[in-house]
Design a protein around this ligand. Structure first.
Ligand SMILES: Cc1cc2nc3c(=O)[nH]c(=O)nc-3n(C[C@H](O)[C@H](O)[C@H](O)COP(=O)(O)O)c2cc1C
Length: 157
């Protein structure tokens, strides 16, 4: 079974989780990055992120190559930004044919998932979308039990 882990991470939480999962699954990994950079100041970042989510902004991604047809399962990882996935993940999902694909979304967050799961289902039209794994961080420390992550990973197959 060929598995791909695609993730976006601005501050590292989702990156660490995605890489760990990819290792466990022996999966290929694709990190997506935006062309533009985000401000270091967290308050400025939060405000900008809110504005981007509100307006449905779709940032340009740095070039990447991927052939989704090669994979039996695709994991999509993103931080939660203002109760949904980050704009960069929106960019990745947009314009691709998801019909018939098995997709396993996972998110890291500070405790508020909001409408992220239904937004994934809407964005991944026609895909078989697994329940979203939500991994909760507090001060960059993972609070969600490893056993919960393992259980979710066991859905893949
Ligand atoms: C712009 C922005 C908006 C955020 N909005 C939320 C939110 O709505 N709910 C939540 O629980 N955490 C929110 N967070 C916290 C992140 O989801 C959390 O820190 C995540 O683990 C960051 O992932 P990363 O380190 O991979 O970038 C937000 C963070 C940022 C930067």
């Amino acid at each position: 079974m060929k598995i791909l882990v695609v993730y976006y991470s601005l501050e590292g939480n989702t990156r660490a989780l995605a890489r760990r999962m990819a290792k466990q699954l022996k999966a290929d990994v694709l990190e997506i990055r935006t062309v533009k950079t985000y401000p270091d100041d967290r308050d400025v970042l939060l405000g900008l992120g809110q504005q981007e989510v509100k307006t449905g902004y779709i940032p340009q991604l740095q070039p990447y190559r991927v052939d989704l047809d090669k994979y039996d399962a695709i994991l999509l990882g993103s931080p939660v930004w203002w109760s949904t996935f980050a704009p960069a993940m929106k960019s990745f999902m947009k314009g691709k044919n998801w019909a018939g694909r098995k997709v396993y979304p996972f998110v890291t967050n500070g405790g508020t998932l909001g409408h992220t799961p239904s937004d994934f289902r809407k964005a991944l039209k026609g895909a078989e979308v697994a329940p979203v794994l939500s991994v909760y961080f507090e001060d960059r420390i993972q609070q969600t039990e490893e056993s919960d992550i393992k259980e979710w990973l066991s859905l893949i197959g």
